[in-house]
Design a protein around this ligand. Structure first.
Ligand SMILES: Nc1nc2c(c(=O)[nH]1)N[C@H]1C(S)=C(S)[C@@H](COP(=O)(O)O)O[C@H]1N2
Ligand SMILES: [Mo]
Length: 301
């Protein structure tokens, strides 16, 4: 598919991990020559992190449109057709419209970002995403001065997403960010993993990734982005308001009503792997704490 050329490693002869590690070695060399590496703002502090394997990342998923089990999305998400794909951008923007995915890709700079990713259920992964900054897409549409929030919507297509035939959640899945969170350079729309096209179970062809928030904020298979003045609804807050707030920043000091959020189990470490302490803002405190200055992060959790 023409639009996917920017995700470079599609060679079936090498595992994505091998290609990725080779490229990282190359990038190390390039950086030494003073060339810009494709690293994102978080790369420096995450360099020591071991990325999870392709298999871990693509076989242990949450995507309720394809079932509620962790292995359901990998088994069922092939039913989703992602070409053609359009993203409606509307609300308080100068250039509202239906943006074809390949037209978006033609205008975005796709980079590689190694991000921590943590689920509210206390498991975590480290994922080498490919994607572009959400801010660049919002600027393409032209954010108007009255906009304060960004609302996101997943595709609604029960013929392909059989989970949508059951009222597990209110469909379509929706999420939201405050405008400054959405414009932050750590916030990306991911289109690949390990340099390959993003697999359907991980939210093809494009999904949000907000690395300092719990995984459920990172909405998959996005078809609509609306700039609003009012705080938009979010699926998990709608479903269980006593357990999930709008902000959902990773905060080890605030327990979920039914479990602690102080530690996490990295997927792939085996069943008996030791839990590791969870970091404030998932380790991105230096970058994002200023966004929440003066806010009570227990009240706004
Ligand atoms: N549309 C949609 N997006 C979604 C979800 C979902 O069920 N539907 N699950 C969320 C949750 S709870 C998590 S932890 C992450 C999982 O992303 P991953 O499968 O790529 O690890 O996706 C989030 N985005
Ligand atoms: Mo999650």
């Amino acid at each position: 598919m023409a639009y996917r050329w920017k995700n470079t490693f599609t060679d079936k002869d090498v595992t994505p991990e091998t290609a990725y590690l080779n490229r990282r070695q190359l990038m190390g060399g390039a950086a030494g020559l003073g060339l810009a590496a494709m690293a994102g703002p978080a790369m420096a502090q995450d360099e020591t992190l071991e990325p999870n394997s392709w298999d871990d990342i693509t076989s242990y998923n949450n995507f309720y449109e394809f079932g509620t089990g962790k292995d359901d999305p990998a088994r069922n998400a092939h039913a989703l057709t992602t070409d053609p794909w359009t993203v409606k951008i509307d609300g308080l923007v100068d250039r509202p419209g239906d943006y074809a995915f390949e037209d978006i890709m033609a205008q975005m700079t796709v980079e590689e970002r190694l991000y921590r990713f943590r689920c509210v259920e206390a498991w975590s992964m480290v994922v080498p995403w490919n994607g572009f900054e959400l801010a660049d897409l919002l600027e393409l549409a032209g954010v108007q001065s009255g906009a304060k929030y960004v609302a996101f919507e997943t595709l609604y297509r029960p013929e392909e997403m059989w989970g949508q035939k059951y009222p597990v959640l209110e469909w379509p899945y929706v999420e939201g960010l405050r405008l400054d969170e959405a414009m932050h350079p750590l916030t990306i729309m991911a289109t690949g993993i390990y340099g390959r096209d993003i697999p359907n179970q991980n939210g093809a062809p494009l999904r949000l990734v907000v690395p300092w928030k719990y995984g459920y904020k990172s909405i998959k298979s996005v078809v609509r982005i609306s700039l609003t003045e009012e705080e938009p609804p979010t699926s998990w807050n709608r479903a269980i308001p006593g357990e999930y707030g709008f902000y959902s920043n990773v905060n080890p000091e605030v327990d979920h009503p039914r479990w602690s959020q102080a530690s996490e189990r990295r997927i792939g470490g085996g069943l008996f792997a030791k839990k590791i302490p969870t970091l404030m803002f998932n380790g991105y405190e230096e970058e994002v704490a200023p966004l929440y200055e003066g806010m009570d992060l227990r009240k706004f959790s």
